[in-house]
Design a protein around this ligand. Structure first.
Ligand code: ARG
Length: 460
């Protein structure tokens, strides 16, 4: 047990409950491959600096290979009594190779070791998440291209506002995802410094080559300050902030999909493979995947708050509190990856019901602003035009007619500035085509925007 590791100054064994309470191996064993990679780099550097003999180094390297193989095969003897992943691996290594195994920890502490392991683990997770995010963006942009001309109502306050194209709406989703991608890259760039060599907190008396271990593990540089190296968890917080914001964005998309797949909207259909049925209601097809993504946003937000609270007021340098960093971090990474995978698979398979979107856009006076803009072009001040159109809408509500369904005479009763060219601006196609500028919903603009969006993604 751990008394073999630090038992020297202790006069009794660790309380059995305390052992369980302080152990982290049940969850930090996910860091095993990173822990071994860190140990390999550390051992090689110790050899190159003459701190370890070549024989000891070679025994350690061969032992670590075997440990890695045992872990991969699922027959590594994990023990809670050895507290965490680091001591489990070191103990097994020593069992396998003898005294050389006990020399591995020279010039190292679990404090710089765990800080290194988490960074390595998170870097790998970030790269997988970045790939899924990119796949989702490609799918979203592809669907947007296919629907550059598909007209739907745009909403504010969830009330019909103005017509937009479905492609334009999808490109709005992509903008959120593009910013998420940028945040993920920023997080990766800032985390990519190597704590090894900081040892417990103050550095080490051995002639370590920190540049060498940093480079061997793919870090850009060693961490600048040993106290900071072992006590910084900003990178985990930044990642959880990224994940919370990503999930928030996915929850907004999810919410729209849930609304749009309802019988009342019927704007889109999701393939059956992304939905489930009801055990009692035979007609049901429930959008479980978007609902669950929406729901999982709660845990992503919770994990961010957990880590911020974990770090708040912690004195330098390492504190055992930090053992609590892993579960929220792992959970945010798992949640983000799963949610992205679900969406990357599902979004390209969304089927738009263009007829239902169009019907919906024809209700709710979506082109009222177009009529006001028309009157402004005819010389009316915008506020007066707003008033005129408001009266026309009130009349439409009474008579059950949309603006485009009123005859010219009726329309002219609200303003004599209206002529028969008004009907061109009152159509859905006329309305969207008129938003002809960067960031506008005109189909030509949507196609151009999709091209730029795809170029950004492909340029990564
Ligand atoms: N299991 C510990 C953690 O996750 C490793 C570092 C322990 N260091 C220490 N001095 N107790 O943070």
């Amino acid at each position: 047990d751990t008394s073999g590791v630090w038992g020297g100054r202790f006069s009794e064994a660790t309380d059995a409950f305390v052992q369980r309470f302080t152990a982290s191996v049940a969850f930090d064993r996910r860091l095993a491959q990173e822990d071994i990679a860190g140990s390999r780099a550390h051992a090689t550097m110790l050899r190159d600096r003459g701190v370890l003999t070549t024989e000891d180094h070679d025994r350690i390297a061969a032992g670590l290979d075997q440990v890695a193989a045992e872990i991969a095969a699922g027959d590594f003897p994990w023990s809670e009594r050895l507290e965490d992943v680091h001591m489990n691996i070191e103990a097994r290594l020593t069992e396998l190779v003898g005294p050389a195994g006990k020399r591995l920890h020279t010039g190292r502490s679990r404090n710089d070791q765990v800080a290194t392991d988490i960074r390595l683990w998170l870097r790998e997770a970030i790269d997988r998440i970045a790939a899924e995010l990119t796949r989702l963006q490609r799918g979203t942009i592809g669907l947007a291209r296919a629907h550059a001309d598909t007209i739907m109502p745009g909403f504010t306050h969830l009330q019909t506002a103005q017509p937009v194209t479905f492609g334009h709406h999808l490109l709005a989703w992509n903008e959120m995802l593009e910013r998420d991608y940028g945040r993920l890259r920023d997080c990766r760039a800032r985390l990519n410094q190597c704590p090894l060599g900081a040892a417990a907190l103050a550095g080490t008396t051995f002639p370590l080559d920190r540049e060498q271990t940093a480079a061997a593990l793919g870090f850009d540089a060693p961490c600048e300050n040993s106290l900071d190296a072992v006590s910084d968890r900003d990178f985990a917080i930044e990642f959880c902030a990224f994940a919370a914001l990503l999930m928030t964005h996915l929850s907004r998309m999810a919410e729209e999909l849930v609304l749009w797949t309802s019988a009342q909207f019927d704007f889109v259909r999701l393939p059956d493979r992304f939905c489930t049925g009801s055990s009692i209601m035979p007609q049901k097809k429930n959008p479980d995947v978007p609902e669950l993504v929406r729901g999982k946003t709660g845990r992503a937000n919770g994990n961010l708050v957990a880590l911020l609270t974990l770090m708040k007021s912690q004195p330098l340098a390492y504190n055992k509190d930090n053992q609590e960093d892993k579960e929220p971090l792992f959970d945010s990474a798992d949640t983000a990856l799963d949610a992205l995978r679900a969406f990357a698979d599902m979004v390209p398979a969304i089927e738009a019901n263009a007829a239902a979107m169009r019907d919906a856009a024809l209700r709710g006076f979506a082109t009222a602003t177009d009529l006001a803009d028309y009157l402004v072009r005819r010389g009316l001040p915008f506020r007066d035009a707003h008033e005129v159109v408001g009266k026309a809408v009130a009349h439409g509500l009474e008579t059950g007619k949309d603006l485009a369904e009123m005859d010219l005479e009726t329309l002219r009763s609200f303003s004599s500035s209206i002529d028969d060219d008004v009907f061109a601006v009152l159509t859905l196609e006329g309305s969207v085509a008129a938003r002809e500028h960067i960031g506008g919903t005109a189909p030509a603009q949507v196609r151009a925007a999709a091209g730029r969006a795809l170029a950004r993604v492909e340029g990564r």
